[in-house]
Design a protein around this ligand. Structure first.
Ligand SMILES: Nc1ncnc2c1ncn2[C@@H]1O[C@H](COP(=O)(O)OP(=O)(O)OP(=O)(O)O)[C@@H](O)[C@H]1O
Ligand SMILES: [Mg+2]
Length: 586
């Protein structure tokens, strides 16, 4: 049983009901049928809510402020600012124990990076991948390929819209000229920037701001940026890798020595000479868009996925930051090929540059990396140390201001949550879970404030939830072994040995038609359960009978059994109880 309503409401019930403001004057204890206008939710609703905004305590919430992480955040920013200058940032490896704010900080920094890049129109894309979910090279590359295809398509659409409105402007202009019967020579214009077409009003007096899209890591010939006419030899195509501070050097309205254009001609300072060129460019962009092929989630050879990904990234001038969270999971599951491929991409990319941020709570994973990958990935390392109790207290206080109604927290609650979580390796996630759960328990017991006792109950509940989750996700064979141990304990067998477990296990396998593993394998599974903290197995010497394991359950029996029986394969096993019993009687 993971639900604890009954347990919590038990002792407080009478007192709390009294404070509850029911409108009728009936006895609290028995709600007769005549009170049926009190619906199921009425009494729950009538309690004072404790939370103002519970969402800010959930793991999915990315806080705007991260106390005690400014060193790490500043270091990341110092490295990544290169991307805003059109340079390639060093790769970064971030590591630290669970709940130390790695993901939250990295997401915070990437949000800032993207919004700054938009502000200055510097092409920089950040892609976040959680490798616990996306855990093979194929999936990582496919996900990245599809994301960049999507981005390319969006940019192409934008460009086509721009070109379309340029055509409209041109038409309007020509009509006006016709009306004026004036004889402006349309060839007498300057196309100063082959990489950018700027609409008339942008050019007007504000050339700097229009240069943004001209920035990029390379002088480049991005297919997206390049004008349709191949005959341009404009000098501004040779501009330096763009830097923000260079932005003012962007396209002027004169540049290649051609005669000054009519300043308000729609094609002035565009790379196009006439309508045909614009239309050809639109066709070219449409063809590009049609040529993109989305990568299916399975089925292609990996090199094909890689090449689609590569082309999609290189289609456009930009700096790309790829954030691989839980990178150790990727390496564990599928080796270091992905990292190898990503880290050597830059030598082959023509238009774009890639930089990698790897995040891990297990530094040992780098031992499995090819030395080249290891040194490339770890160009910069940032360590996230565990929080101490005082730091956790600050974090909780920041969040609780928004999360709770004023006066809902009694003074000792935050320090206690912080202290519990500090024992759990300084884990902020645990601290926030505790605080949220304590609030929920207080709310359910219709208490108006959260008190120390709620925190202690929350601690027990979280621990039990952890066990439930671990047991629920065990493979079937381990569940059978665990169930055998539970049946033995239920039947009063103490100091259970492996042979006894194996006998019951075999019987259980027969019941549900599962393969029977060897006793040696079952012994291994018992050791695994021991490592997970579900059972305790100690080796004892039995004199001339050799050594054996004495096994006991280290988690609550009934709850664990309930979780096992909730597995559809195991749910029939209930009936073996008499069999087990009989077995011990003889
Ligand atoms: N300095 C902080 N200020 C506010 N909240 C924080 C801080 N550090 C962590 N948190 C919060 O704690 C929780 C866990 O943080 P986060 O997910 O960043 O941990 P992590 O280091 O990525 O852990 P893991 O290695 O398990 O992925 C999140 O809800 C996050 O918002
Ligand atoms: Mg994380």
């Amino acid at each position: 049983m993971s639900d604890d309503d009954s347990e919590i409401t038990g002792s407080d019930e009478v007192e709390v009901d009294g404070a509850n403001g029911f409108s009728g004057n009936f006895e609290n204890a028995d709600l007769g049928d005549e009170e049926s206008n009190q619906g199921l939710f009425d009494d729950l609703l009538s309690g004072e809510p404790i939370f103002e905004n519970k969402e800010v305590l959930r793991p999915s919430y990315t806080p705007h402020e991260l106390p005690h992480r400014s060193d790490q955040i500043n270091k990341m920013a110092t490295i990544l600012v290169a991307a805003l200058r059109g340079e390639t940032p060093s790769n970064i490896l971030i590591y630290g124990k669970t709940g130390t704010g790695k993901t939250a900080s990295a997401k915070f920094v990437s949000k800032e990076l993207e919004s700054t890049s938009q502000k200055y129109s510097v092409p920089c894309d950040v892609e976040y991948i959680n490798c616990e979910v996306t855990d093979t090279q194929y999936r990582v590359l496919a996900q990245l390929a599809n994301k960049f295809i999507e981005k390319n398509e969006a940019r192409i659409d934008e460009r086509i819209d721009e070109l379309q409105s340029l055509l409209d402007d041109l038409e309007a202009y020509d009509r006006a000229i016709d009306v004026d019967a004036s004889s402006d020579d349309p060839d007498d214009r300057t196309a100063s920037d082959p990489f950018d077409f700027v609409s008339e009003d942008e050019v007007d007096g504000d050339a700097e701001t229009s240069t943004g899209t001209d920035t990029g890591p390379q002088s480049g010939d991005s297919p997206l940026e390049k004008g349709g006419s191949g005959d341009r030899t404009d000098s501004s195509s040779e501009t330096e890798p763009a830097a923000l501070e260079n932005a003012a050097d962007g396209p002027g309205v004169s540049g290649d020595g051609a005669a000054d254009p009519t300043p308000d001609h729609p094609l002035a300072s565009t790379p196009f000479d006439d309508r045909d060129e614009i239309e050809a460019r639109i066709t070219e962009l449409r063809d590009d868009k049609d040529s993109f092929e989305e990568v299916p989630m399975t089925g292609w050879p990996t090199d094909r996925v890689y090449s689609v990904f590569f082309d999609a990234v290189d289609y456009d001038e930009r700096v790309v930051v790829i954030m691989l969270d839980e990178i150790d999971k990727l390496v564990e599951k599928s080796g270091d090929d992905t990292l190898y491929n990503l880290s050597r991409m830059n030598s082959e990319l023509e238009n774009s540059r890639v930089s990698i941020i790897g995040i891990s709570n297990d530094l040992k994973f780098t031992d499995f990396l090819d030395p080249r990958v290891k040194s490339s990935l770890g160009e910069e390392e940032i360590v996230f140390p565990p929080y101490d109790a005082n730091q956790l207290r600050d974090i909780l206080e920041h969040r609780s201001e928004v999360a709770f109604k004023g006066g809902a927290l009694s003074g000792d609650v935050i320090p206690l949550c912080a202290a519990f979580a500090a024992q759990e390796h300084g884990d902020a996630r645990r601290a926030l879970d505790l605080l949220r759960t304590a609030g929920e328990l207080a709310e359910r017991s219709q208490s108006e404030t959260i008190v120390e006792e709620h925190v202690r109950q929350a601690q027990d509940k979280i621990e039990l939830d952890r066990v439930v989750e671990v047991v629920r996700t065990l493979p079937t064979q381990s569940k059978l072994v665990l169930f055998a141990i539970i049946l033995l304990e239920k039947n009063g067998v103490h100091s259970i040995n492996t042979g006894e477990v194996f006998n019951i296990y075999k019987r259980l396998c027969e019941e549900i038609d599962a393969d029977v593993l060897t006793q040696r394998r079952v012994t291994d599974l018992i050791s695994e359960l021991d490592m997970l903290g579900i059972v305790n197995a100690v080796v004892v010497s039995k004199g001339r009978y050799g050594r054996t394991k004495e096994i006991s359950l280290s988690v609550p029996l009934e709850e664990t059994e309930a979780v096992l029986l909730s597995d559809s394969r195991l749910s029939d096993i209930d009936d073996v109880q008499p069999f087990v019993q009989a077995r011990f009687e003889n």
